[in-house]
Design a protein around this ligand. Structure first.
Ligand code: DGY
Length: 320
């Protein structure tokens, strides 16, 4: 079977594909046009897909009737119309667990960076504007004993909550599709409605799977209900928040600050007004960017491809 790998992935993944006797097609150009990418997809039985830009929807499946499986190099699967793929018996796999630690580390890091305005303060040093010690300047807020609200308490959300509890003795509240009994038992986490999460949290960290119905879930009407000291953390998908409304909430002091590893749109434009704010820290979608997580992702994605090529179910299959 032919597998199209659209970007370079760690070697351990390529080795698994070679050992599985797959015929590998690599993307020849560095930044392919949509047409170039589609041409490569058309030749493949299976796609090992890296990145969120390429959409696998009805239009794609019609254009590439040979494609029988998509092994995503990500835990998120919002780039695929799962219902349509399932209807057409196209298998879809993702890469859960292996990046939970790395991604929750970034959420934890952003929370601390925003609470102490690290971005702004390092810029101050670099620009030569650090003049003197002042008792009333650059004051951050401490995180001890605060309430962390997790939207989507799955594997990544659990790791974030665990770190916040261990490091800062935080109270954990969460909103999810269903109860997470392990978190309730181990972290004394409390299930709350979305409204309660918004109103009671000091920090909100998003770790849910993104679906189009959740577009702009965090908008002005939601930001208005938050506490003034709220730190908003998004390491999931930029679509969850409305960037203009977030900017308004920050500049008007409705909330304290924001740490984003994902933006809307992505990549964030360099003239985004959010980048001018002292209480904002933006990273370029690096949640899973560690050697360990990326080699784990390469292994899982390649194992999904090999399993499918042998007529087996993908080990981490997303289809219901
Ligand atoms: C994921 O795995 O979903 C990360 O966001 C990278 O796309």
């Amino acid at each position: 079977m032919k597998v199209f790998v659209n970007k370079r992935i760690p070697d351990n993944g390529i080795q698994i594909l070679k050992d599985g006797n797959l015929d590998i097609i690599f993307q020849e150009t560095e930044n392919p046009t949509h047409e170039e990418w589609l041409e490569s997809c058309k030749q493949a039985d299976i796609i090992l897909s890296v990145g969120g830009k390429n959409k696998y929807d009805k239009e794609f499946f019609d254009a590439c009737p040979n494609v029988k499986a998509i092994a995503l190099f990500s835990v998120g699967f919002d780039q695929v119309d799962i219902e349509e793929a399932t209807k057409r018996k196209i298998a879809v796999g993702n890469t859960p667990d292996v990046l939970s630690r790395a991604t929750s580390d970034v959420a934890f890091l952003l929370m601390q960076m925003v609470s102490r305005k690290v971005n702004y303060n390092t810029a101050k040093v670099k620009s030569g504007n650090w003049k003197d010690f002042h008792p009333l300047e650059e004051l951050g807020q401490e995180l001890y004993g605060k309430t962390l609200g997790v939207l989507g308490l799955g594997r990544i959300g659990f790791e974030m909550a665990e770190k916040c509890k261990a490091a800062f003795g935080m109270n954990i509240i969460y909103h999810n599709r269903s109860h997470n009994e392990e978190a309730e038992k181990e972290l004394d986490a409390k299930y709350v409605s979305f409204d309660e999460l918004v109103q009671k949290s000091d920090i909100i960290s998003i770790h849910a799977n993104y679906t189009p119905e959740q577009a702009d879930l965090f908008n002005t009407s939601v930001f208005e209900k938050m506490k003034e000291n709220l730190i908003f953390i998004n390491t999931a998908r930029g679509g969850f928040h409305n960037e203009k409304d977030l900017f308004e909430a920050l500049i008007s002091g409705k909330i304290w600050g924001a740490g984003l590893d994902v933006t809307n749109p992505e990549p964030m434009q360099k003239d985004s007004p959010l980048l001018e704010l002292p209480n904002v820290c933006v990273l370029p979608h690096i949640g899973s960017a560690t050697l360990e997580a990326r080699s784990g992702m390469a292994r899982l994605a390649a194992e999904n491809v090999v399993a499918f090529s042998k007529g087996e179910k993908m080990p981490t299959c997303v289809n219901p």
